[in-house]
Design a protein around this ligand. Sequence first.
Ligand code: ADP
Length: 490
Amino acid sequence: MKVLFVSAEATPFAKTGGLGDVVGSLPVALRRLGVDVCLALPFYRIIREKNFGRRLLLDKLEVPFGNGKLAARIWETRIHKSIPVYLIERDEMYDRSGIYGGPSGDYDDNFERFAFFSRAVLSMADTIGISPDLIHCHDWHTGLLPAMLSERFRDSKTQSRLPSVFTIHNVGYQGLFPADKLSLANLPREVFYRPDGLEYYGKICLLKAGIVYSDAVTTVSPTYANEIQTPEYGMGMEGILRYRRASLFGILNGVDYELWNPARDPEIPVQYSPGSMAGKKACKRSLLKEMNLDPFLVKRPLLAMISRLDAQKGLDLLLQVLDDLLALDVGLVVLGSGDEGIEKNLKEAVRSHAGRVGLVIGFDEPLARRIIAGADIFLLPSRYEPCGLTQMYALKYGTVPVVRATGGLEDTVTAFDAENQDGNGFKFGPYEPDAFLSAVSRAVETFDRPLVWARVIANGMKEDFSWDRSAAQYRELYQKIIGRSASSNV
Ligand code: ADP
């Protein structure tokens, strides 16, 4: 079975969030299960700068775009030496400082950049003869691809239809663009106007295109798959998702424990494992020093949050409870980048708490690892959370998560029950400051009972969210779809 992944991000090449982690690691797990996976990415400047070994596959690929053709170059590099990664080079579109935008916001031509990418992937697959059995598309950037596949089949009665899976990593990012841009994607106008078409309040919605035209839609946790069918979480897509519910599946993201393991992480000051936890204390001491925090915090809980600065992530709740949190005699470290308004509020809020709160604005993975290892408690008060990866990393690093019970947080964190001594973290339901504060207070009280706390940590470090189980679910889904589409093409 041959599957072509198409995505705007994949580690170690380009990452702004969980999408990059997932698309960088799921193919490796699928390969272990015998699926022949390859991956296509835009050739961003950041990939060029990282200097991965690569070879030129095609010097000039002609890609139909609007009324004419645009040229692209195709490079090939690899993940783990075994997974081919095709990089679509078109400097005018991708040789920029950012992936989606710069300091003043998203790039104005993101429709062109990702519509071209989708079209170029199809031209490339035909030209170099990749011949996948299925295309797995990720998030709105690739939402046009299922529509292109479907329309191409309609045009060519001789070609069998190539099936697609579309994964929603976050329904809040929908790729909305002015309707007049559609002609660039070489799709007939009726794909826009049909009731089940790409139109969303007069605009083109690329996320909707992926939902409507793919053979199956997946999202990254079972709870989120249910939530996005409701008005509270669907962000306007709930209707079309309910319409497709027979083909909508929630498959929990996994963790690549080769990369996220405190016993092997080269970025943390001292490695540690469940049987030998001294290193975690050393990581905490080192983090307190790095963040200029008061040394008395060695004995008190150190809270941490690592996040895109986005309304989704619950930073407003954090700010509302900050004084009450600090009254619990704890320290706090925050690492984040994103929304400038949230950044400003954070900076203002922490100004009066020198020595107790460390704030770093930026995207810094080695620092993220030092924080996950050095902190005691990891905060995720998200408004919604499709899956969330950091709570799974935190569990493996013996850092106890306090989370809002939503999406993948609900599916991966189990509330600690002092009586049975089971559970790996602390949860709260309503998106309200008091509920959040009360969950953190419960965690802090438990921290003050070292034997019980050691049990919560041990329960978390034992959890296994490795990719194997989820990758097997994807493989099963691919098999079902490929089988079905082969019989319907006959
Ligand atoms: P999302 O995709 O919504 O941002 P996830 O929890 O799925 O959330 O994935 C976030 C990923 O990005 C994790 O690997 C996390 O460690 C990383 N991350 C988020 N913000 C930062 C940051 N400021 N610096 C370094 N890594 C970050």
